[in-house]
Design a protein around this ligand. Structure first.
Ligand code: PLP
Length: 422
């Protein structure tokens, strides 16, 4: 296999003689065939090809293949947003009466999906504290559990996932282990290497990297044997809505193919060709960017740690961070640009600090090339009660800082002047 930084540039698209060198935007909903039998073969999965952009499109396909190569998966599906990636991946294996066992330390939107929206459709979610013991977490798993869900590095609490602990529970119980790897990307950590079965991305973050294209990706690890358990009945019986296909018979592509031909067909949340083009372009520099984000963040964290107006700093690069050991095991090359810290003086001082920043902007986004800040308690997580915020570790003075790829001296200088003026 080629190295990851090479795959970021080269994987997913191999032009033939005379083809465009750069993956083109194929802006067409549909595709032309001379014979009806050619189309029939596509529908029957006897041939590879495109027939309708809701199911597959060459530009989107190039991005999907790049992610598959980077993560080491068998099938990838690019979606309209990170939220639709999570939703489709969950619905691919869950129905009314089933449950998901999820870490509390996840992105606020995913927490909301799991705690409010999915229960309306009969899917129960059971949350665990990621620092809890393996035994306690395993007690939440029963015969109706279909997914164990966590984030590699959680947004915004910066908890690092203990892969071994969760992979062990998932394996023993023959339950799918699904990991949102948005804030780390395959450049710094490949969840499939550590026991995950499905990887999720909000590609709107580091994969795009420039804050221009909303999107998500689901990667099937191809490492879950659906025929070895009776937990996933839908994979074992013919799908009458798809010519009686039995998904488990597809082996390593069962999850991914079902997700495309059934979930994408019915829910239709595919990524647009233009967003796939932009995301693919952004990904060419992903390896370089992740290196710089990680290095800048480490230096900013070291600066903040020593500052008298900062109460605490969370970034796994810091040796005294409780997750430093896990980070060194699972992502030794770097821990990305996301961090959080607490400004002395509570919520009021935190807001004041943000307003004094000159270069670092206040935006509802993270993980692009520009440094930015946010106060989650009053914005992204405002739908959560104080008790819920406390439970997921979001203090009222927490500032989420996404360290960009500008020169680190300028980032630190901006933070320094803002802290000096509060
Ligand atoms: N997962 C994580 C870790 C995120 O940070 C986000 C968005 O911030 C999402 C999923 C949702 O992605 P999107 O905004 O692309 O729907």
């Amino acid at each position: 296999m080629k190295k990851l930084d090479t795959l970021c540039v080269q994987a997913g698209y191999t032009p033939k003689s005379g083809d465009p060198r750069v993956v083109p935007i194929v802006q067409s909903t549909t595709f032309y065939y001379e014979k009806a039998s050619e189309l029939a073969d596509l529908f029957d999965l006897k041939a590879d090809g495109y027939f309708y952009t809701r199911l597959a499109n060459p530009t989107v396909d190039a991005l999907e293949k790049k992610l598959c190569a980077l993560d080491g998966g068998t099938v990838a599906i690019a979606t309209a947003s990170g939220m639709s990636a999570t939703l489709l991946a969950i619905l691919n294996v869950c129905g009314a009466g089933d449950n998901v066992v999820a870490s509390r330390a996840i992105y606020g939107g995913s927490y909301n999906l799991f705690s409010v929206t999915l229960p309306k459709y009969g899917i129960e979610c059971r949350f665990f504290d990621p620092d809890d013991t393996k035994e306690n977490i395993e007690k939440l798993v029963d015969d109706k559990t279909r997914v164990i869900f966590a984030e590699t590095i959680a947004n915004p609490t910066i908890v690092v996932l203990d892969f071994d602990k969760l992979a062990d529970i998932a394996k023993r119980n023959k339950v799918l282990f699904m990991v949102d790897n948005t804030l780390v990307t395959p450049v710094l950590c490949r969840p499939l290497d550590f026991g995950a079965n499905v990887v999720i991305y909000s590609s709107s973050k580091y994969l795009d990297g420039h804050a221009v294209a909303l999107g998500g990706v689901i990667v099937d690890g191809g490492n879950f044997d659906f025929s070895a358990t009776d937990r996933y009945q839908e994979f074992l019986v013919p799908d009458e809505s798809y010519h009686g296909l039995v998904y488990s018979s597809l082996g390593k592509t069962a999850f991914g193919v079902k997700c495309r031909v059934q979930m994408m067909r019915d829910l239709g949340a595919i990524m647009s060709p233009e967003n796939a083009f932009l995301t693919n372009l952004g990904m060419e520099t992903l390896a370089l960017r992740m290196e710089r984000h990680s290095e800048n963040a480490r230096k900013v964290a070291e600066f903040l740690e020593k500052h008298p107006k900062v109460e605490w700093v969370k970034h796994a690069s810091l040796e005294n961070n409780p997750y430093h050991g896990l980070a060194m095991r699972y992502m030794p090359k770097g821990q990305g640009g996301m961090m959080s810290f607490g400004v002395a003086g509570g919520s009021k001082k935190a807001a004041e600090f943000m307003e004094k920043l000159e270069m670092i902007a206040i935006v509802t986004h993270v993980a692009d090339s520009r440094s930015c800040v946010l106060h989650p308690a009053s914005t992204t997580h405002r739908q959560l009660s104080s008790a819920d915020l406390e439970a997921i570790g979001i203090k009222d003075n927490l500032i989420r800082l996404s360290v960009g790829i500008e020169n680190v001296d300028d980032i630190i200088a901006d933070i320094e002047q803002a802290l000096a003026s509060i």
